[in-house]
Each structure stands twice: as C-alpha cells, then as structure tokens.
Design a protein around this ligand. Structure first.
Ligand code: PGA
Length: 252
C-alpha cells in the first residue's frame, strides 16, 4: 500500500529560535501517539542542520524547499543536494509554483534538479498545478500533463519511485480557497493514470500524490478521504503546531 504523507512547507517563515520551537512542539505532540502518515517538515535551510539532533528518536522526517541544479562549485548563495543530504534531510520540494513564478524555474531546470536530488539520495516532492486562468479555460489537465511529462517522465523506474507528486492548484495556494474534494480527486486520478501509462500499474499504485492549497484542519479529512489523495503539502497551516498536527492526524 502506498504511503500517506503530510508535509509542511514553511516557505520563508520562522527565524531560528521560533522554527526550533515549532519543531520541538510537533515532536512533543507525537511523542506518545505515532501518526499513521509520514510527517515531513520542509523548513528553511537555516534550520536543517539542527533538525537531525532535535528529531532524534522521533519518526518525523525533514527536508528542504529547494536545491541547486548544480552539484557543487562557484554558485554563490546556492545550496546543493549533497549539502541538504548531509544534514540528515530526506526530502526536497522541487517545482513549487512560487519557484516557477518568482524565480523563473522552467520544466527543464526542474527536471535537472529532480534527477540530481534523487541521485544524491534525496526523495523529491515534485509540485505541479494550474493557475486560475488555465482552469477557467478548461486546460488544467493539459497544463499538469505537460509539467509531469517534462519535469518527471524521463526518469527511470528506479528514479520515479523516489518521487512524491504534489498537486497544488495555484489559485488555491495561500488564498483560503481550497479545491473541492471532487476537484482534487479528479486531478489526482488523472495524474495516477498518467503515471500508469508511463510506468505501469504497480508504480502508479505506489506513488503518493499529495494535495496542496489552503489545506487546513477543517478541510483535511474530507480531502484526504478521496481515494487518490494520499495526504497534503501544507503551507500556512504548517506554521501553527495544533493546526498542523490535526492535519497530520487526518491522514489515515
Ligand atoms: P497553503 O500553501 O497551504 O498556504 O495554501 C501550500 C503550498 O504552497 O505548498
């Protein structure tokens, strides 16, 4: 059976001490009750180096929100996959719509990052999703198909097994307006079908597909109840301990 995952995407929030406090809080919450879903905290880089020690003895995983497309060298300000891996992180988010929009990251670059991350030993949370105009035009399936074909579908079978796909309709990110469970299910089913066509049924059935976009404690259970929604990628609500823990518990 495929893994349920709830991942927090802190984005550019939390200074060092407030971030550490939040991690300790989430760890404490789950100290005596093991969550059914895998919980992943994708924090800013500044926290990563401390999390291995802080999370020692807990089942919580952690990861980065971006990585360099180059393995090492003279790239001032960049952080490599190897550096991320060396902190004990196991995940990296690649292709978030904010990276695509504000930093001009295109499908080719994202594909390069994805391959590098996987071959460095990281698991990738690969984001896809349409903007509002594309949904209104009825081309949201085509947009997501292209993002997956160009970003992921040249990966080998072994490589794709290290990818978690996150469907994040851009119009739902940070807007308070989440996709309905029906809209999420329809797209997740479509994505799983694409993975089936490319990699076969077994790999498709084992691929975790997360929903992201204004997911919160009050709507998580109904979204996660959909047969092809295997958990969530949580932005704003991952910054509040109680809210995030409640969402994590809704994935079963
Ligand atoms: P949101 O963000 O939960 O704040 O809508 C989700 C995301 O961008 O990953």
């Amino acid at each position: 059976m495929r893994k349920k995952i709830v991942a927090g995407n802190w984005k550019m929030n939390m200074d060092l001490s407030s971030g550490i406090e939040l991690v300790r809080g989430i760890k404490g919450y789950f100290a005596n009750k093991k969550p059914e879903a895998e919980i992943v905290l994708c924090t800013p880089y500044i926290h990563l180096a401390l999390l291995k020690d802080i999370l020692d003895g807990s089942s919580l995983k952690f990861g980065a929100q971006n990585c360099s497309s180059e393995p090492s060298g003279a790239y001032t300000g960049e952080i490599s996959c190897g550096m991320i891996k060396s902190t004990g992180a196991t995940y990296v988010i690649i292709g978030h719509s904010e990276r695509r929009t504000y930093f001009g990251e295109n499908d080719q670059l994202l594909n390069r990052k994805t391959k590098l991350a996987i071959n460095t030993g990281l698991r990738v949370i690969f984001c896809c999703g349409e903007v509002l105009k594309e949904r209104e035009k009825g081309i949201h399936f085509d947009v997501v198909k292209k993002q997956l074909e160009e970003g992921l579908f040249n990966l080998s079978e072994t490589e794709i097994c290290n990818v978690v796909i996150a469907y994040e309709p851009v119009w739902a990110i940070g807007t308070g307006l989440n996709a309905t469970p029906g809209q999420a299910q329809e797209m997740h089913k479509f994505i799983r079908q694409l993975v089936t066509e490319k990699y076969g049924n077994k790999i498709a059935e084992e691929t975790t597909i997360l929903y992201g976009g204004s997911c919160k404690a009050s709507n998580a259970a109904e979204l996660f109840a959909m047969p092809d929604v295997d958990g969530g990628l949580i932005g704003g609500a991952s910054l509040k301990k109680e809210e995030f823990c409640a969402i994590a518990e809704a994935a079963k």
